[in-house]
Design a protein around this ligand. Sequence first.
Ligand SMILES: NC(=O)c1ccc[n+]([C@@H]2O[C@H](COP(=O)([O-])OP(=O)(O)OC[C@H]3O[C@@H](n4cnc5c(N)ncnc54)[C@H](O)[C@@H]3O)[C@@H](O)[C@H]2O)c1
Length: 296
Amino acid sequence: MEKVLVVGAGFMGAGIAQVCAQAGCRVFLSDTSAEALERALAGIKWSVEKLAGKGMVAEAPEIVLGRLSPEQGLQRAAEADWVIEAVLEKEDLKKEIFAELDRLAPGGTPLASNTSSIPITRLASATRRPERVLGLHFFGPVPFMALVEVIQGEKTAEDIFDRGTAFVRSLGKWPLPVRRDIPGFVINRILFSTFRECVALIGEGIASPEEIDTGMRLGLGWTVGPFEIADNAGLDTFLLVGQAMKALGEEHLVPGSDLVERMVREGRLGRKTGKGFYRYTEDGKRVPWDADKEKP
Ligand SMILES: NC(=O)c1ccc[n+]([C@@H]2O[C@H](COP(=O)([O-])OP(=O)(O)OC[C@H]3O[C@@H](n4cnc5c(N)ncnc54)[C@H](O)[C@@H]3O)[C@@H](O)[C@H]2O)c1
């Protein structure tokens, strides 16, 4: 049974831990916040039980959940076969964590990042094993999104890239190989440039988020619209990713207005706070866009 240490128990870390446990891995889920760990484990329990009820998880929920344990440090890196970092999108924080993981994990252990935008080569530079650092970029909500970008940094060894690809397949996911280590990789460059135009359109009053999301679903066959994606991912995360991309010289991919910044200041983070581009009821149902109340 492979052992996986997931660092960061937020929206993505919790989802990654869940799919690893569902695939039979022993999972250590680490966060500095006890509250985040508690929320993550409660969310995973709820999700695994729901999926098991629909026949989408093969084993009994208690078996899957029994493979997960919460951790407040990184010491488990010493026994992990895989380490996947999923903390906030801040380069300095991620580098600090990679340096510590490098000290704690045996020399051969691959260290992966779930970063949305920061080139893997930059994170790998904080370690003495850049050839064993790669990107495993999952999409949220992780239990439902099949895609994982497997990113090769400038120094990532071919065998580590191959192992990453095989690991993604073993989780039942679809690996998209990204062999050029550019900011935002492939899918987020497309998502963010689309989102930039969407934000400009609502800012100019040309269409509402709901009209754009509906249009993208009915006209282009997207299953969720860009504003629904942003609300699901968290506007705080979108803001951090946008700031990271700007710092890397990719401002042409980031919304030109300060709308997302204002929304984050006002606590409109998306689903996690019950309001973002949309509002949500207590049980998570989306309330239709109301042009009088939801001014961009
Ligand atoms: N939200 C998405 O849809 C999405 C999709 C793909 C990739 N990502 C990327 O995944 C990463 C995490 O995003 P998220 O949406 O889960 O964020 P989040 O805010 O939900 O979770 C981040 C977690 O990191 C924890 N953390 C902060 N400092 C830490 C430390 N020193 N050690 C351990 N844990 C620490 C926080 O307590 C928090 O629980 C980011 O790099 C983000 O860009 C996000």
